[in-house]
Write a protein that binds this ligand. Structure first.
Ligand SMILES: Nc1ncnc2c1ncn2[C@@H]1O[C@H](COP(=O)(O)OP(=O)(O)O)[C@@H](O)[C@H]1O
Ligand SMILES: [Mg+2]
Length: 236
């Protein structure tokens, strides 16, 4: 039986724009399980990134609760929320967010050092993660000599190296061609199937549905559809 990783209820968030407010999350109920890829789809501006930010401790909702790994996320003091993210969450974004001056190996190592691993252990774990995403031969290259697909694989290695219980991906394939998009999505699938992470992947790319255990549609701050499915391409 799958184990619940996150359960959120009544999530409400609005932003001030001039004199009025725009409601972005309109009391959302959400849950996701370990070992599963939960896809959140919806048009641009529907609230997907805001939802991920509220679920992962990046942006405090105005109302509602998030139970993450059994803890009430937004009831923790700020420092504990940061520690929770560091210990438990991996993030993959559309724009890769790599440091230009660091090699692939250093990008991954630096996160592990923050977590308290010593240099030798960080190096070993980082090179293992880069091997896992197929970048072993490129680990000493910097971002400017890597393709878009390779850069995103570095970002994935960085996210999975600490073996996070929660893996958040926000439009991870939208800067990639189809082939690289599939490679990246397979790696997310594998993080769920082989490592038991709860993968929450936001996208508006319908081709990614094939990899999901569950597809949630969001429109204008509300969940409009929530469908369980069998992933066509199991852990490969
Ligand atoms: N910090 C902010 N201040 C004001 N409006 C924002 C802010 N962040 C997001 N929004 C607005 O909230 C809506 C939803 O944004 P977002 O969650 O980024 O949507 P999506 O990721 O689905 O494209 C958009 O209309 C966006 O302009
Ligand atoms: Mg977004």
């Amino acid at each position: 039986m799958s184990q619940t990783a996150i359960r959120a209820s009544g999530l409400y968030k609005r932003f001030r724009t001039g004199k009025t407010y725009i409601e972005v999350l309109k009391r959302i109920e959400f849950d996701c399980n370990h070992g599963e890829v939960t896809m959140v789809m919806g048009p641009s501006g529907s609230g997907k990134s805001t939802l991920i930010a509220a679920l992962s401790g990046l942006l405090r909702p105005d109302e509602g609760r998030v139970e993450a790994l059994g803890d009430s996320l937004w009831n923790m003091p700020a420092g504990k929320i940061d520690k929770f993210r560091l210990d438990n969450c991996g993030f993959i974004f559309q724009g890769f967010n790599l440091f230009p001056a660091l090699t692939a190996l250093q990008q991954v190592q630096i996160v592990l050092k923050y977590q308290g691993l010593d240099a030798a252990a960080a190096r070993k774990r980082a090179s293992g993660a880069l091997e896992e995403v197929g970048l072993g031969p490129r680990m000493h290259q910097r971002p400017d000599s890597l393709s878009g697909g390779e850069k995103q694989r570095v970002a994935i290695a960085r996210a999975i190296a600490k073996n996070p219980r929660l893996l958040f991906a926000d439009e991870p394939t939208s800067a990639l061609d189809t082939e690289n998009g599939v490679v990246v999505t397979r790696l997310l699938r594998r993080a769920a199937t082989e490592h038991g992470a709860a993968v929450i992947c936001v996208t508006h790319d319908p081709r990614l549905e094939a990899f999901a255990d569950r597809v949630i549609h969001i429109e204008d701050g509300r969940i409009t559809d929530d469908v369980r499915r069998t992933p066509a391409m199991a852990a490969q």
